[in-house]
Design a protein around this ligand. Structure first.
Ligand SMILES: NC(=O)c1ccc[n+]([C@@H]2O[C@H](COP(=O)([O-])OP(=O)(O)OC[C@H]3O[C@@H](n4cnc5c(N)ncnc54)[C@H](OP(=O)(O)O)[C@@H]3O)[C@@H](O)[C@H]2O)c1
Length: 294
């Protein structure tokens, strides 16, 4: 039995489909089961509730061989430590109590870099990996750069103003990754019972691109000029708190982008195993363009 947390997340939805296609028995932990597609609901076991709650995750882990772990990084959390570490503590106890064999978690690039300790959300995510590994379960952190998917939050600005904005340095080339490729990596690890101990598996899309180069590709795919505008950290923080993000979580987001601008995402070596297939251009054609033209 494989337990999937956050099955309604961008990665989780794709992962559930991938694993069901391969006939894996699944137990989904979900706050509201009506958010699952009916064809998924009828093929899986369901535990309703938040995977941060002891009683819920304890029930979910009973008799489970493997668990997919995703801490949502809730914007309303009081601190980044609460969002990643406190969120994960009950699960670590459940993994040990039920003798779960393997856990595959979603995390971030940056371990071992000089900025890793001051990288806000990423620092908390790396500490979460340490917490899970310390529980004694075999663990693989699937470590990711920024998701291509984040750009879907900017569809309105792309449509209305022909621009998108982030805190990233306009000319800094960095990897990005498609969530479908993260899900494929997680599925491979969850179905493989040959690995042990703790470690990390990187998912880097096939090329490093700067925001200005991304703007060029978006323009070519959409057939209309789209430019990139860098947002200062203070403006990003104001926007996030305006949407209800707590001050600490907004600051952790700003600290993360500061660290990325200093090279947090540029240290992981690109290897055959860490290079995922979906190019940014392909993602724009298959995901961004339909969203912009809808
Ligand atoms: N975005 C990036 O660039 C990036 C880069 C590296 C790593 N990451 C990591 O990737 C993860 C986010 O992945 P994603 O984008 O696939 O997630 P997502 O699409 O934002 O989905 C998060 C899911 O978590 C669930 N959720 C929210 N609050 C919850 C709570 N209190 N209890 C239980 N479930 C809750 C929500 O499900 P319901 O609302 O249906 O309950 C939602 O489907 C985070 O850990 C983040 O640190 C992100």
């Amino acid at each position: 039995m494989i337990v999937i947390t956050a099955p309604t997340s961008t990665i989780g939805r794709r992962l559930v489909d991938d694993l069901l296609d391969r006939g894996a028995p699944l137990r989904l932990v979900v706050r509201d089961a009506s958010r699952l597609a009916p064809e998924v609901r009828e093929r899986v076991e369901i535990v309703e509730g938040s995977h941060s709650e002891t009683a819920v995750i304890d029930r979910a882990c009973e008799g489970a061989a493997a668990v997919f772990w995703l801490a949502p990084g809730e914007p309303a959390a009081p601190t980044a430590e609460a969002a990643y570490l406190d969120f994960t503590r009950p699960a670590c106890e459940a993994f040990a109590r039920h003798g779960v064999e393997r856990v595959v978690g979603i995390s971030a690039l940056g371990r071992g870099t000089p900025m890793a300790g001051q990288a806000g959300l990423v620092t908390a995510s790396l500490a979460m990996d340490d917490l899970i590994a310390a529980s004694g379960v075999a663990y693989r952190a699937v470590i990711c750069p920024s998701f291509m998917h984040n750009l879907l939050h900017q569809v309105g600005a792309i449509k209305a103003q022909g621009m998108f904005s982030m805190m990233a340095d306009p000319d800094l080339k960095s990897p990005t990754v498609a969530t479908r490729d993260i899900a494929a990596t997680a599925a491979r690890l969850l179905l493989d019972d040959a690995w042990e101990g703790s470690g990390q598996v990187a998912c880097l899309g096939p090329e490093d691109l700067s925001p200005n180069e991304m703007a060029q590709i978006i323009s070519e795919v959409l057939g209309t000029g789209v430019s990139y505008r860098q947002t200062p950290g203070a403006a990003l923080k104001e926007r996030l708190t305006g949407f209800g993000t707590t001050d600490a979580m907004a600051q952790a987001m700003v600290d993360m982008f500061d660290a990325k601008n200093q090279g947090l995402d540029n240290a992981e070596p690109r290897t055959a195993e860490s290079t995922t297939p979906t190019t940014f251009r392909q993602w724009c054609e298959e995901v961004l363009k339909p969203a912009v033209t809808a």
